[in-house]
Structures are given as C-alpha cells and as structure tokens.
Design a protein around this ligand. Structure first.
Ligand code: CR6
Length: 824
C-alpha cells in the first residue's frame, strides 16, 4: 500500500505538475490511474513479447464501436489491488468511490454492439487469447443526453477534454491513409494485367493504445484506437508557397475523420464522412496487422494460419477489398490465391435483421473515394455470380432452382440497382468470410431462413451461431460488490473466472437465512441508487417499491411504448380506485434516441410527460412512480442493474438479435418480464421458463398474423383499458395545452400498421405484469427465483462466447501457462 501511495504522490507532482498538498480529486484520480497504468504496462509488454516468442496465432477484433465505460475500478479489481487502493486513497484523504466518479465514461459506441466488443476484449484478456481490439479514438463519443421540458437535448461528449490517463498515444508510429485519386493499369513480366492506385489525398492514422487486463493473470491485451492526423505539416510545399492558413485549414479538415461517433443505432446514415471513417480505420488496421505478420513471415499464404480477423458487423467490411488490394497490387499475388487468403482470414458477425440497419454504399461514392476498391468489388461480384450459376446448375444444388437463376443472382449480387446503385456490405462480408455468425439462436435461425436464405443454400456450412455473453468481472464483481461478497462467502471467488460455478448457489435458494442475506444485498443496492437519484435528480425513491427497469436505446422495436401503456393503465386503475391489490412500484426508463429518429424522441417526451403527471398526482404517487434516467451509459448501468428487481425485455419477437442487458440483469438477480426473443429465449431455457415472466406472441405467430392481415383497430375497439390509455395519450391528458403532441405515437399504432405489434401484445403484457405484482408480495418465493435466475446464468458469460469463437471460428488457443488463470 505504501508503494501505491508513493506512486500516486509522485504522479501528482511529476506527471501532473501539481502540488500534492492541494487535495484536488481530479489530480488524485489521474495520479491513481497513472499509477495503475504503470502496473499494467510491464505485463502488457511481456504479453506482446510472448506472442512473438510462441508464434501465437492472433485474433484481431475490428469494431467501429467500443463502450469501455470507466476503467479505474475494473482495472483495480483485475489487478487484485482494489482493497489496497481503497486504503491508500483513504490515507490520502479520499474515498475511492468519489475519485472513480472523476473519470469520464469512454462512450465510443452506441449500445449493445459496442459494449459487446468491450466484454469480448475483457474475456480474451482473461482467457489468455492473443487478441487485439481495433477501433477509432473518437474525440467526441456518444452524445450526452439531457432532458429539457421532457425532451431529449443532445450535448457534445467532450470526454477527452480532461485528458485520458489510460491511453498511450504513439505519435511516432503513423500510418498513411489514402483517398480518391486514380487507378493505373500496367502489365507485369508474365503479361498479366496489374493495377496501381495513386491516391489523391493522404491523412495519417495515429495509434492510441488502451490496455485491457485479464482477471488476475498478468495477461494484458491491447485496444488500439486510431486518431486522424493531418500530413500537411510535413508538406513543405504549403509553407514554401506561403499558404500557412490554407495548410492549417486542410489540417483541421483531415482530422475531422475521427472527430465524432455517428450516433445512429440500427439506422444507417449513409454519409460520406462515415465511409471515410470506415476506410480510415480499416486500412490503418490492416497495415498494422501485416506489419506484425511480416516480421516473422515472408509468405502471404501463411496469413490465415497466423491471423484471424473478426468483423464486428459490416462497418469494417471494406477490409475485405483492402486486403485483396494489397495482396493483388502490392504483393502481386494471383486472384485465386489472394481470395483464398482473404476468405480464410475473415469472419463476420451479423447483429441485426432490421432491413433499415443493413448497410449499403452508393457505387458512385465508392468509385470516387476508393476507385480501386470499387473495381475489386466488381470483380469479386462477377466471379461470385459465375460461381452461383455453376452451383445452381449443378446436380447437388438441392432446392436451388436454376429456372429462377436471374432472380437468385439479383438477390445475392453485391450490387443493388435500386433505389440507387449501391454495394451491399453484408453480401461482401458473407462472400469474403469463412464464417458468418448470428448472436443468439433465434437470430441465427432467422438469418438462415429469411435474411440470408439464399446464402444458406449456397454455403450451408457458413452461417453459425455464437450467442452473446457479458463479462462477470464488470457486470457482477465490480458493479455489485454486496452480492458478489455474499456469493463469494458461500462458494468462493471462482465464479468470477468460471461463471458456471454459480450453480453451486442452487441449493442455497432453499435456505431462508441465505435468502434474507440475498435480499439485504439487493436492498443495499437499492439504497445506493436512491442516494444517487437524490443527488442527481433531487428525487426521493421509495426503496420498498418494486424496482421495474427498462433501460436500453429507445427504438420502436424495443417497445418502450408498450411499457408506457402499462404505466398509463396502472395509473388509470389507481385513479379509478380499481387497484386495491396493486403492488407499489417505481418504473424506471432510460436510454438515448438517435438524434435523427423522430419517433424515438417523441417516445422519450411521452414517457417524461406521463412521469410528470403520475408523480404529481397525490392520489397515486405513493404506489406508482415513474423515473426517467437521463444520459443512460455504461457507468449508469453499473449502478442501476444491481438495484433492479424486474428487468423489461419486451421487444417484438424476432426483432432483438440478442440483447445483452437481459443477461446483466438476471445475473444480478432481477427477474425478467420478456418476450420470446433474442437471447432471452435461451435464458428462459437455461433458467426454466417458469422462473421468468414470459408473454406475448412468438415470431412465427407474428408472421402468420401479418400474413392474415393484422388490424390494430380491432384491439383498440375490443379493449376498453387500451382504448382509454391511447385516447389519453392522443388528447392533452399528459400534455396540458399541447393537444396532439403525442398523436404521432398513437396514429402510428392505430393507422400506421403498428409494425411492432404493440397492441397485439398489450393484454398479455398486462397479465404478466399482474403476475409480477402478485409474486412480489411473496418475498420468499420472489427471492428464491431471484437466486435461481442468477445461479443458472453461467452460460451467458462472454468467456463462454469467446471460447466458442476461438475454437470454432478462429482456431486459436489460449497462451500456454495462462489457461488455468495465473500467468507467467
Ligand atoms: N443494437 C442488437 O440489436 C445485440 C447487439 C450485440 C445490436 C442487439 O440485440 O445484443 O447488437 N445490433 O450483438 C446492432 O447494433 C446492429 C445492438 O446493439
């Protein structure tokens, strides 16, 4: 402890240039972070060296998004120095919890996809897998959400303003990134046509490394994030012509590339700068990967034995064309050889079946920005369509019918003709990869049967499932110390590394004393949340209420509106005196809406309007409260999830690819009210469906309802309570003086086809909520189920997910000496 204290003081003085006697929390947080980083860097260097020494096959995880959140607590726990740090900082006059609050969330992602990437890096580090995360170091992460007059207002997330003590910026290792320009043809010595791309503009990519430690194993992996740097300061011409300001302007223009994260989630914005970001990220990453590979290899055909590249969604899919370009134009390989290398190296994860989220780029844009890549894509497509023809005509093609060949070719082509001629990035990713995986069992089945059915017939081995998982380090141990300590006191700490060990809790569910202790841990977390809400929102929570929580991005398919209709109905019953047996509850909502997503923003407004009305109504507000948690983010989730008793996972069946929040809640002992969707299905199967509150129509039922003509008006007319709730929303009951404010929401349901079947599931949802309320009155039974939920969540560890990727897709093994935890 004395060593840590000394290091902290030294950093306050020599790294931060401050007087250690001036007790600034900001300085002491930064100094502590630097002292922790010192303890990581040696192991990071040893880890990187050991990869070379053992000629390990490396995994590169390419993701435009990461959501690490805050690093301090997690890193202290991984290093096993949390207690030491707590005491050391307390000696220096600080509470560790307060210091940790000084850190800004690294919010370099939109939601589940980015957080999954961060959980995966944590698991690679813990399992000892030679992995690297690659991404972009956005200067501005996901926007900061404030609620003003009930509405979302976006503010810039200037997370780097206060510096980032965790990152090593490596200004000496810059990689050139080229755009535009032209392609020249030439003939090589064997008479083959060759191509050279001479680019117009160049910018530079600077690596910023953030260290990701494993759990208690000395294995530290790297998350390398690229930051755009201009090359104009090296361009003497500018200065010679005296155009200093012109040079500076161009520099600012170039550095725009990594300025800001695109805040859309499941909607593709299709803007030129976004494509620039993607290519900037991809080319820098591929250059870095090949630089490392070439240190030990000359023969490029050995690449797939040494390197596995996982594409997190289609955002980095242009990497396939980029690797082809290098192999063809720089290494001068033949097409077939280059293509085999690519396909064997790349694998692609799909995260959605929503059509509006499937990425396409206009051919005209690609031709201009990346002319050589567009040529390569055309060539990939031509060869692929010839192959499709061959397979379709072959004897063994089964269901493929060659009479339908033209249609088939149009459907699978990399190029879509309408509404504008564009490249389908998902098709590029599928064709250029040896593995395509979905993120939960149902999602993968839907990929095979619906979205990519043609590809499933063409390549029946390619599409596979890897159900998502979450890291127990952050989402149980670090976020929920009261519960973790209780668990550890009964079964030891092995569950943090091997989550299956939680099954040892099962017999304890029958032990009244253990149940009481389990409830005490939950209450402690509810009280912590109460204190936080009081500080932040100046609201007093009732900790004896059932805490019912719906936090995630705001999207119509996630059906926050369904939850809101339940709240309004409960409000009406209470007002009308029809709810004598109502179980008091506080309903929490939280989540960001994409700034361009009108309906999602209106939903936020409606939730806040209903909250204001309900909370102000003294007839009901001792029994029903509604809280909107502004600026939902990773660190907020870490506070809210441990305090949650009811987890809302109520997406339209078939629409949520997996969900990962669902897993975090159950792991922390919340019971789930949910639809038969995403990974919630597999959770119900692992836990026992009777221990969750499952309701609503299933995916196949919705398909047939749609086919037979779904008429939401029937539900409106047939259900008095539903009608009352919708009419209130449409009138000014929640928006005094602003008649029609929420009419778009209601019209969308009644006259817009209710694409997400809110009305179809309303009655069943109400029934399930009634079951919840009733069960909550029986605290012993509730607690028993809560324990069993957590006990059966072992499968949903990201360690299990990453082990499957490693074995079944990447063919990589954990580093020797690390398999059993302790590192060398
Ligand atoms: N929005 C899915 O919708 C899944 C995550 C991670 C999502 C969600 O169900 O859990 O990915 N998809 O696999 C995309 O971002 C495209 C998400 O986070």
């Amino acid at each position: 402890m004395e060593g840590l204290k000394k290091d902290v003081i030294r950093h306050v003085v020599s790294s931060l240039g401050s007087d250690y006697a001036s007790k600034s929390a900001y300085n002491y947080y930064n100094a502590l972070a630097l002292a922790v980083r010192d303890r990581l860097i040696d192991n990071w260097i040893k880890t990187q060296r050991s990869y070379y020494d053992e000629k390990a096959k490396r995994v590169y995880y390419l993701s435009l998004e990461y959501l690490p959140g805050k690093s301090l607590m997690n890193n202290l726990h991984c290093l096993g120095i949390y207690e030491t740090a707590r005491k050391a900082m307390s000696d220096l006059g600080f509470s560790l919890e307060d210091l940790a609050e000084q850190e800004w969330d690294a919010g370099l992602g939109n939601g589940g996809l980015g957080r999954l990437a961060s959980c995966f890096l944590d698991s690679m580090a813990t399992l000892g897998i030679p992995g690297y995360g690659y991404g972009i170091r956005y200067d501005y992460g996901i926007f900061h959400q404030v609620i003003e007059d009930g509405k979302q207002v976006e503010q810039a997330d200037n997370w780097m303003r206060v510096g980032n003590p965790w990152a090593y910026e490596r200004g000496q290792h810059l990689f050139p990134v080229r755009f535009f320009g032209e392609v020249k043809n030439w003939t090589d010595e064997y008479g083959r046509l060759r191509h050279t791309w001479t680019a117009g503009d160049t910018v530079l990519a600077m690596p910023c490394d953030m260290l990701v430690p494993g759990w208690d194993n000395h294995h530290v992996i790297n998350m390398r994030l690229w930051s755009a740097r201009s090359d104009v300061e090296f361009d003497l011409d500018f200065f010679n012509t005296g155009n200093y300001l012109g040079a500076v302007e161009e520099k600012i223009f170039d550095e725009k590339i990594s300025k800001v994260l695109y805040p859309s989630d499941q909607i593709e914005e299709g803007r030129e700068l976004r494509l620039k970001q993607q290519y900037f990220f991809v080319t820098a990453t591929i250059q870095d990967i090949l630089r490392r590979f070439r240190k030990k290899h000359q023969d490029m055909t050995e690449l797939p034995q040494s390197v596995a590249i996982q594409l997190n969604d289609t955002h980095p899919a242009i990497a396939i064309a980029e690797l082809m370009r290098i192999l063809l134009d720089e290494d001068l390989l033949d097409w077939e050889v280059a293509w085999d290398i690519c396909v064997s190296t790349f694998a692609y994860t799909n995260h959605t079946i929503l059509p509006e989220a499937l990425e396409t780029w206009p051919v005209s844009l690609l031709e201009r920005m990346l002319p050589r890549h567009m040529q390569i894509i055309y060539e990939i497509n031509a060869r692929f369509l010839r192959e499709v023809e061959r397979v379709a005509r072959s004897e063994d093609c089964g269901q493929l019918c060659h009479r339908d060949l033209d249609h088939l070719k149009q459907r699978v082509s990399l190029i879509q003709e309408r509404p504008i001629k564009s490249v389908r990035m998902a098709h590029l990713a599928i064709i250029g990869s040896h593995s395509v995986n979905g993120v939960a069992a149902l999602h993968t089945e839907l990929l095979k049967a619906r979205v990519f059915d043609d590809f499933q017939r063409l390549y029946p081995q390619k599409i596979n499932n890897k159900t998502n998982g979450v890291t127990p380090r952050r989402w149980l141990w670090s976020a929920n110390q009261p519960l973790s300590r209780l668990i550890a006191s009964h079964i030891g700490t092995g569950f943090v590394r091997n989550l299956d060990e939680l099954t040892q809790l099962e017999p304890l569910a029958a032990d009244p004393a253990f149940r009481e202790a389990w409830r005490a841990a939950k209450l402690e977390n509810k009280q912590r949340l109460q204190a936080y809400i009081k500080r932040k929102l100046m609201r007093e929570l009732h900790t004896e209420h059932l805490f019912d929580v719906h936090i995630k991005r705001i999207h119509e398919y996630k059906r926050q509106v369904l939850n809101l209709l339940h709240v309004v109905t409960a409000y009406n019953r209470l007002r009308h005196g029809q709810a004598a047996d109502f179980t008091p509850r506080t309903v929490f909502f939280g989540g960001k809406a994409a700034p361009s997503y009108f309906m999602a923003k209106r939903i936020i407004h409606a939730i806040n309007a209903v909250a204001a009305t309900v909370n102000a109504d003294s007839r009901v507000n001792d029994k029903l409260q509604v809280v909107y948690l502004p600026n939902y983010c990773v660190s907020q989730a870490e506070r809210v999830i441990p305090a949650t008793e009811l987890s809302e996972q109520i997406s339209t069946a078939g629409m949520e690819a997996s969900g990962t929040g669902n897993m975090k809640f159950a792991l922390n002992g919340a019971l789930t009210i949910g639809t038969w969707d995403g990974a919630t299905i597999e959770m119900a199967q692992a836990i026992g469906p009777e221990l969750l509150f499952i309701f609503g129509m299933r995916e196949d039922e919705l398909v047939s309802l749609r086919q037979h003509g779904y008429n939401p008006m029937l539900y409106y007319h047939g259900d008095e309570e539903l009608r009352e709730a919708l009419d209130m929303l449409r009138s000014d009951a929640f928006s005094p003086g602003q008649h029609g404010l929420f009419a778009p929401l209601v019209d969308n349901l009644l006259h817009g086809g209710d694409r997400f079947f809110v009305l179809a599931d309303y009655r069943q949802y109400l029934g399930a909520q009634q079951d919840v309320g009733r069960l909550y009155l029986d605290q012993e039974e509730w607690t028993r189920r809560s324990i069993l939920n957590a006990a059966r969540m072992g499968f949903f560890s990201s360690d299990r997910a990453i082990s499957q990727y490693a074995r079944e897709i990447w063919d990589v093994a954990p580093m020797a000496g690390l398999q059993n935890g302790k590192g060398a």
